[in-house]
Design a protein around this ligand. Structure first.
Ligand code: GLV
Length: 325
């Protein structure tokens, strides 16, 4: 008998094709997440779940699903899953790293450039019919080349962003709980510095940490106050890494100059004051959203799910302790 799998929300068709032949598939082919109660009901009796970051797999959900063997997240982040609860129950948790690294770094750099050069503001200005003539000081922004880029979190995406910074001849500082390998530091001309130094010396600060208890609220009022008044904050990691009201406060007070945000504390809600600010570039959590990358993420999630249900170690296992013995 084929294992029963629920795909909780629309994914790219090649992943559905992959799952169709190999599983007894229940596909919720919709762009809307199921409410928690409906999701739980539909997961009952399933061995596999291919879920997305809008699906919450907390301890309560996990304990109500005794048949579940794998939660395959179509995302690199997995803060929507209580991994400890899953591990305790022997449920494999998988994610989709690497395939989205460069696409996400591209987008972090896009936000950086758009915020620095006031691109969205310029576009709005022109469309609103406000362009009357060329002016020496019209929509002047900040230079990117030769500026200092501060990266918080030097994992795969942080490194990919550093590579982009290098192309713009930027000075790249970084902080992390773990120092990068010497060859990486050499290749990317990275300077490993304390977190406070990144905050104080960078013209652009980009966040690339996972959401963990230790990184929740990592950027709050105190950290924003340490940044240069000209600094621009970029967040493509997870919303709760930044205290959004404190960010709005800092921007309103001119403590920092701008922000580029792809993620928010309570998605899809956005702190209302940020919506009013011209010096903030906003995007609806789309950093990994190229067709090619999202297609790869879906297929990878499908492969992880099928491997786990075949009793194999899935290629992108998060709770590796399940297979350590
Ligand atoms: C998207 O935010 C992801 O974690 O893949």
């Amino acid at each position: 008998m084929k294992p029963a799998v629920l795909v909780t929300k629309r994914i790219y068709p090649s992943a559905i094709d992959y799952l169709s032949g190999r599983t007894d598939l229940d596909y919720h082919e919709s762009d809307h997440s199921m409410p928690a109660g409906e999701l739980l009901e539909r997961l009952r009796g399933k061995q596999g779940a291919v879920g997305q970051l809008t699906d919450k797999f907390d301890a309560e959900v996990i304990s109500a699903l005794p048949d579940l063997k794998v939660i395959s997240n179509v995302a690199v982040g997995f803060d929507n899953i209580d991994v400890a609860a899953a591990t305790e129950r022997g449920i494999a948790v998988t994610n989709t790293p690497e395939v989205l690294t460069d696409t996400t770094a591209d987008f972090a750099f896009t936000l950086l450039m758009a915020a620095a050069r006031r691109l969205v503001e310029a576009d709005n200005f022109l469309r609103a019919g406000k362009w009357s003539q060329w002016r020496i000081n019209l929509l002047c922004g900040a230079d990117i080349h030769h500026a200092t880029l501060g990266i918080v979190g030097m994992g795969r995406i942080g490194q990919s962003l550093a590579r982009r910074g290098l192309g713009f001849e930027m000075r790249v500082l970084y902080s992390d709980v773990q120092r990068a390998a010497p060859d990486i530091e050499r290749e990317l001309r990275l300077q490993y510095v304390p977190f406070e130094t990144v905050l104080k010396e960078s013209d652009f600060i980009s966040l690339h940490v996972p959401l963990l208890p230790a990184t929740r609220g990592l950027i709050g009022a105190a950290q924003l106050a340490m940044m240069k008044n000209s600094a621009i904050l970029i967040n493509t990691s997870r919303g709760p890494v930044v205290d959004e009201p404190a960010l709005a406060e800092a921007l309103a007070a001119g403590e920092i100059a701008g922000a580029g945000l792809d993620v928010f504390e309570r998605e899809p809600e956005v702190e209302p004051r940020l919506l009013e600010m011209q010096n903030v570039v906003l995007a609806p959590h789309i950093a990994s959203a190229s067709v090619a990358t999202r297609t790869k993420m879906c297929l990878m999630a499908a492969e992880n799910c099928v491997a786990a249900l075949a009793g194999e170690r899935p290629p992108n296992l998060v709770n590796t302790s399940l297979f350590d013995n």
